[in-house]
Structures are given as structure tokens and as C-alpha cells.
Design a protein around this ligand. Sequence first.
Ligand code: ATP
Ligand code: MG
Ligand code: FE
Length: 352
Amino acid sequence: MIVLGLETSCDETAAAVVDETRHVRAQRLLSQHDAHRPYGGVVPEIAARAHLDHLDRLVAETLEAAGVALADLDGVAATGGPGLIGGVIVGVMTAKALALATGVPFVAVNHLEAHALTARLTDAVAFPYLLLLVSGGHCQLLEVRGVGAYRRLGTTIDDAAGECFDKTAKMMGLGHPGGPALERAAVGGDPARFALPRPLRGRPGCDFSFSGLKTATRQVLDGLPPGPLSDRDLADLAAGVQGAVADVLVDRTGRAMTRLAADAAAGAAPTLVVAGGVAANRTLRAALGGLCADRGWRLVAPPPALCTDNAAMVAWAGLERLRLGLTDPLEFKPRPRWPLDPDAPKRAFAGV
Ligand code: ATP
Ligand code: MG
Ligand code: FE
């Protein structure tokens, strides 16, 4: 089975071909970071136009590099949401046109499910597993029971972890996207120099909060000499924010592990998967490695390039759905919002 996947939900234009042996036959990715940097964030209209300008060429290059003709495909998948709607429309319309022209099924992939299933492409992880999904727009703990089967254990009550990195990085004068810039700036910094809060740490439940950390960062900056930050202040503050985010994520993930371990009847397997752009962060990966070592759990963290947005994960999620017979009609409408667990209350298991 060979599937072409397209990703256009934010500021990466990407195409990839994967097969059922978990082989990424080829992939092409174009980041629009330079186009958005002057604005300090992603501008939806610029993103949609860039996807339109580049996607066709990336698809042709990917198929050629994979040595695959359109006629060889078993399906065409595209991110159908959630995301910036203009970009999602570009990817979905392109995938539908290719599917129609070649007579193969179209699969609309939930972008969050693509992040969630990446570990099964890179490491053949079996269901069920605990997922820490940390990206630019989401921060959730989910029990992944199967394709399309998610139980939410916790979510953020304000900002996502990636959003926290992006916003604090911006305050420090670092470029867009903030997470990778902050990680680079933190190298050699003293994470203990500035006392930053760990919101919700030790509190019941598995929810997250990051807005207090943002405010605290602003207050630290206001207390430093005016003008550009010294290299030392920047490194220490960046390391402090990174350490605080990692501490909070580890604490909440530890609580979810306890919850699932107590739920043995649900068949919870001791595997933690971390996914989404923030999962590329080395400090977080190391901290989660420590947590898993303490608890006797296995940690699966896909390679950083497959944590941030990419099309291999979309092609793979499409393939997982296709082999279960889950395809979508050409009438599928792009979804700006598309929760993995549509029936879950905003915050689950608050009393744990
Ligand atoms: P979503 O997946 O929620 O729809 P998105 O697709 O925009 O959002 P991703 O591409 O999955 O998000 O992740 C991007 C986020 O990850 C950004 O907030 C970025 O700053 C953050 N990020 C990327 N690399 C790192 C890193 N090395 N350290 C910390 N954060 C990072
Ligand atoms: Mg991006
Ligand atoms: Fe994403």
C-alpha cells in the first residue's frame, strides 16, 4: 500500500509518500518561516498563498524522488483540519483533485491524529499508549486506544506549550518560530537563576496552564536593565522558561501515568509517546526520559523533524485509516476546528 500525504495546515508546505512497511519513500518540505518572520507570527493569508504557489511542484518532486507514478498510489491523504482554513483548503482541494484524477480514495486526516500516530511510523508502537501532544496550538494528554479512538486525560486551560515558547521568545527579542530559537538561546544558561512559576504543578488532574509563566517572564524582563538583553541574561531566562515548561509537562504526564496505571482494566500499556513541534525540544525529551526511567515506562519520541509539521505523518495517518477502510467522500469540508475526542468535556478527570 502506497499513500501520498499533503500538509498545509500552518506554515509548512509538505508532501510525502509512505508505504505500509513504514518506509518514507520521499518527502519534500518548504517552511515559510522567512515570509512570516517580519510579522512575528504566522499570517494566514500569506500562508495560504504560499501553499498555493508551491504545493503542486512539491508533489511532483516528491513523486519523482519516490519513483512512484500517480497510478501506483493506493490513496491520497491531506490534512483536513484543524488549522488555518485557507491553507487546509489548498491541501484538501489538491488531494481531492489527485484522487479524482487517479481514481483512488481520498483520506481527510486530522492533523492532531497525524502527530499522534507518528510514533507508529517511526517505532511501530502498539495501541494503547499514553500521548503527550505538545504543539503550537495544542497541549493535551490522551490515551490513544486506536485509530480514531482517543480518551482525553487533560488539556491546557489557557495557552499551548508551543504558544508559551513562541510568546516568551518574542518578549526576549528572539525570532519566529520561538521554540527552536529559545532552545538555542538557552544553551549554557542557568535555569535556576530566575525564579519562574510551575503552574498547576502538584495540583489534582492532568490539565495544563502556561499563562502565569508568560506573565512571570514579562516581570523578569521588566526588572532587567532596559535595552537589548545581555547574552548571559538571555541564556539564563531562556533556560529558565524551558526548564519551567519541561517541569510542568513532566509533572502532569506523571499524573496521567498514575491514572492509567490505576486503570489496568483499560489495558493501558506502559508506553509514553511525545509528539508535536515541542517534542523536538531536547530538554523536554531528556526530562521525559527521566520520568519514564523512574516509572518503568518506555518513552517513544520521534526524530525532531517528524515532531514538527511534516507530510510523512499525514501520509502515514492516511495509510492507517485507508487500511481500515476509512476513506472520505470528495464532499469532505475542511475543518478549522477538529478535536480528536469530540465528546470530551473541555477538562476531563479534574478530580484525579
Ligand atoms: P498544531 O499541531 O497544534 O496544529 P502547529 O502545527 O502550528 O500546531 P507544530 O508544527 O506541531 O505546531 O509545532 C510548532 C510549535 O512547536 C511552535 O510553537 C514551535 O515554537 C514549537 N517548537 C518547535 N521546535 C521546538 C523546540 N526545539 N523547542 C521548543 N518548541 C519547539
Ligand atoms: Mg510550523
Ligand atoms: Fe502540528
